[in-house]
Design a protein around this ligand. Structure first.
Ligand SMILES: Cc1cc2nc3c(=O)[nH]c(=O)nc-3n(C[C@H](O)[C@H](O)[C@H](O)COP(=O)(O)OP(=O)(O)OC[C@H]3O[C@@H](n4cnc5c(N)ncnc54)[C@H](O)[C@@H]3O)c2cc1C
Length: 455
């Protein structure tokens, strides 16, 4: 098979690298594309899009391959794979960075921290920049510097007809609006340009763990603690077991526990003052907060969510952390069968909430918390574990029904959540996204995603 004008690598089923090339982060996803077109640059992406359209092939687009629903790979069609396009170029004087469409956040952090600069990325460094940004982009720095989309200055996009366009506040502003939250519906982004901020290289960061039995008290304390917290404080609650990290005493490995993980986007001394009361609350099992390189912090939990394990996620926005909500969370969080399953809750607000609702397509500006229930099992545990862990996550979400606000972060939707896409955006944003989709991709060429249908 040949694609005219394509200079990257074409991978088909009888090649030894085919199985590695079709694998995505979620090992439960097992799809067999006809062809994987691993692009070397924008020209290859253009050639692959034109080829796919000429041959009426289903298209999946791969950035970091992290989406839990496995939308980066399709059956039968073509995967337009940007995983070899990971160049990151920093302009330290202008405080901007240009990032190719297949880069991971670890690539960005590595390059930008060499200049003492950073931009909001996800909390796991092997996540792709493209998918995360196009859905919104939550991370440790968001309360201070906004979401990934709030730092996006421009994007180069290959549209459904194979044209290359620039999207920014000045060029194709409608497309630029839609790219900032609307996902991969409008074209293939070959490069992003982000604003950077002074940070690190050392920051105050880490997690404090308490016994699972203390969950209710810890969460009620946390609710009051974050109400007073400055924007510099990014925090995430994690309920599950304590990872078997070398820095944790061995007798605590895999013990059910609640963790509050935090990072401070400012001077280490100031951060120490801000988190003092948190670290002193109750009787922590282990306290891992301390000065740490920002790059290391970004990768702290990477090994708790490795590639190849099987994952099933359920997520929702929450109305707040009422006593009742906390009770439901505490009652369900530790009922998973696997010590690898866990629950993650992001705290938003700050700079995220100060951006007007209609400025970008990211819809959750007023959401203070969301929750991701992560059912996890290893490949050899598929079968019984798949059933019990999946049922736990589904039951947990159901129990939260009375406590959830409408809405869910689109990047946390799993494969069986296709009916929740309109819920993710809400009617006005979804309508506007439909208009932009109709203009830039009227035939719905890019539909192997969290799809917004053209009118
Ligand atoms: C362990 C883990 C941690 C996470 N943590 C966070 C977090 O902290 N914050 C957060 O906001 N999200 C987080 N997420 C969710 C994450 O944002 C999504 O999974 C996102 O889709 C990952 O992007 P990717 O490029 O790796 O995905 P992929 O699976 O490669 O792509 C997903 C979809 O994005 C689109 N896409 C990918 N690349 C391009 C491109 N270049 N141009 C156009 N469309 C493209 C396609 O539609 C594709 O189907 C996390 C996910 C995981 C698995």
């Amino acid at each position: 098979m040949d694609i005219q004008g394509f200079q990257g690598r074409l991978i088909i089923a009888d090649q030894s690298e085919y199985d590695t090339a079709r694998a995505v982060w979620n090992g439960a996803v097992d799809r067999r594309p006809q062809l994987i077109a691993r692009c070397d640059g924008t020209a290859d992406v253009v050639a692959a899009v034109r080829f796919a359209r000429d041959h009426d092939l289903e298209i999946a687009v791969r950035g970091g391959g992290h989406n839990v629903a496995g939308t980066a790979v399709c059956d039968d069609g073509i995967v337009i794979d940007l995983s070899a396009m990971r160049t990151v170029s920093v302009d330290p004087a202008g405080r901007t960075v240009r990032v190719q469409g297949g880069a991971l956040w670890s690539d960005v952090d590595h390059a930008t921290q060499a200049h003492g600069l950073a931009s909001t990325g996800g909390i796991v460094s092997h996540t792709g920049v493209a998918g995360l940004t196009l859905g919104g982009g939550l991370g440790w720095l968001m309360r201070k510097y906004g979401l990934a989309v709030d730092n996006l200055l421009a994007a180069e996009v290959v549209t459904a007809d194979g044209s290359v366009v620039q999207a920014s506040a000045d060029e194709h502003p409608d497309l630029f609006w839609a790219l900032r939250g609307g996902g991969g519906n409008f074209g293939i982004v070959t490069s992003f340009r982000f604003a950077l901020h002074r940070l690190g290289p050392e920051i105050l960061a880490g997690a404090v763990f308490w016994a699972a039995e203390d969950t209710g008290e810890v969460m009620r304390f946390y609710r009051d603690f974050i109400a007073e917290a400055p924007d510099e404080l990014g925090s995430v609650i994690r309920l599950g077991t304590i990872p078997p990290w070398p820095v944790v005493p061995e007798h605590l490995h895999w013990r059910p526990a609640i963790a509050v993980a935090c990072s401070y986007a400012g001077a280490v001394n100031d951060g120490e003052r801000v988190v003092r009361s948190l670290r002193r609350f109750g009787t922590p099992l282990v306290d891992l907060v301390g000065p740490t390189p920002y790059v290391a912090h970004q990768a702290t939990i990477d090994d708790t969510v490795p590639h190849g394990w099987h994952y099933h996620w359920k997520s929702t926005n929450l109305t707040g952390l009422s006593d009742d909500t906390i009770s439901v969370v505490a009652d369900h969080a530790y009922l998973a069968g696997s010590p690898r399953s866990c629950v993650v809750m992001f705290h938003l607000g700050g700079a995220v909430a100060r951006v007007p609702a209609d400025a970008t397509a990211y819809p959750g500006r007023t959401v203070a918390h969301n929750i991701v229930i992560e059912a996890v099992w290893r490949p050899h545990e598929a079968g019984e574990h798949a059933v019990t862990e999946t049922a736990w996550a589904d039951r947990f979400l159901h129990a939260l029904e009375a406590h959830r606000s409408t809405g869910v972060y689109v990047n946390f939707l799993d494969a069986d959540d296709t009916t929740r896409i309109q819920e993710a955006y809400g009617a006005p944003t979804y309508r506007r996204l439909t208009e932009v989709k109709t203009k830039y991709d009227p035939d719905n060429t890019f539909h192997h995603n969290r799809n917004i249908r053209p009118a």
